[in-house]
Design a protein around this ligand. Structure first.
Ligand code: SF4
Length: 358
């Protein structure tokens, strides 16, 4: 399950308004595009006009019959009720949907990011902050028309985007809902907020549909991924391939006149204790495989959650020094588009370290 960028996500979930099935058929309000880059967004509208979206949605939906939506490639028929590693049904199950003010600034703006949390997860990390949702599948089953209504409602109340969190295992259902919402007037960007454990073939299905990709790159070492994320030893390889494809599709982070993100790739890397996440290798990989101006958020809010208490290397929070060394590696590899809040945190931590040393 993904982690939030500034405020603890679990706190947000506790206070969020549960919406499953409640919002139907809100009239879509057309969102005014104040677009300095002349980027045509949201991109799914163009695909719908061209008649491509419908075809893409149904192609994606057929994958449920022999599920290979993620690198686990379970091959189960989810339409018939079989369950794979993620334990998710074919239909939609959501925990909450609300404006979220804890995401990156350009996603939040004034109106918040229209965040929809889905139950279950294909990665299932031992340190998951949202384990009751992602591991145990808490949430409410809803129809695709309900989810479309929820998307329209989030737009209506002023959210700047639709931010689908942990979407990988129900991507086809999300696309169906998105299409319904698009036909009813949804006009804000789609943020694909993923753990990064993706099949590149499935990311290609999203070409021209997702406006903003928000992937984690949690581990750069396959042994760490295997140990802490449900045996997913192929996580680093799968994620690297997926991120390169995401970058090919949407390019770098672009904002409108208000500073609101309208398109692009935004990568998150959560620093873990004892260099478990591989922050140095992460910074090196980004600088060598993407542009050095790629938006990167080095996150500091690792907490000991769920089964992390059973793993000595990760049963504490990170130190100030561990966070600073991660940021310094990012700088030393020339990454210049670091999340502004992470830069502010670095400055505060540096002055704290200097005071402690003087
Ligand atoms: S989405 Fe779930 S069922 Fe499908 S391949 Fe991944 S883990 Fe298996």
């Amino acid at each position: 399950m993904k982690s939030s960028s500034r405020n603890p996500r679990r706190d947000f979930l506790k206070t969020s308004l549960f919406v499953g099935g409640s919002f139907l058929l809100f009239p879509g309000s057309i969102y005014a595009c104040q677009n300095r880059e002349q980027i045509d967004y949201p991109s799914y509208v163009k695909l719908e006009r061209e008649g491509i979206l419908a075809k893409r949605v149904e192609e994606a939906y057929a994958i449920y019959e022999e599920c290979r939506l993620c690198p686990r490639e379970c091959g189960v028929n989810r339409i018939k009720g079989e369950k794979g590693f993620c334990r998710a049904p074919a239909g939609l199950k959501i925990y909450s949907a609300n404006p979220h003010y804890g995401e990156e600034r350009s996603l939040v703006g004034k109106g918040g990011s229209g965040t929809i949390f889905f139950s279950h997860c294909n990665l299932r990390c031992v340190f998951c902050q949202n384990w009751s949702i992602s591991h145990e599948g808490h949430g409410k089953k809803i129809k695709e028309t309900d989810l479309a209504g929820t998307m329209l409602y989030l737009q209506k109340i002023g959210c700047h985007n639709i931010n689908v969190v942990t979407p990988t295992h129900i991507m086809p259902s999300i696309l169906r809902a998105l299409r319904i919402a698009c036909q009813k007037g949804l006009r804000i960007p789609l943020v694909y907020n993923t753990s990064g454990y993706e099949r590149v073939e499935m990311i290609k299905v999203l070409d021209g549909i997702a406006d903003i990709y928000l992937p984690d790159m949690k581990f750069m070492n396959s042994r760490m991924a295997e140990k802490y994320s449900g045996g997913a030893a192929d996580y680093p390889d799968a994620t690297k391939k997926a991120v390169i494809e995401m970058n090919r599709q949407v390019g770098e982070h672009v904002t409108d006149k208000r500073g609101i993100a309208v398109r692009g790739l935004m990568i998150r890397h959560l620093v873990m204790p004892n260099r478990v996440s591989g922050a140095l290798e992460f910074a090196k990989w980004v600088s060598e495989n993407l542009s050095q101006t790629t938006y990167v958020n080095i996150m500091k809010q690792y907490r000991v959650e769920y089964k992390a208490f059973d793993y000595p290397a990760i049963w504490r929070r990170i130190t100030v020094r561990e966070y600073l060394e991660a940021m310094e590696w990012a700088e030393s590899y020339g990454l210049t588009n670091l999340d502004p809040d992470s830069v502010k945190a670095m400055e505060i931590y540096r002055s704290r370290e200097q005071r402690a040393g003087s």
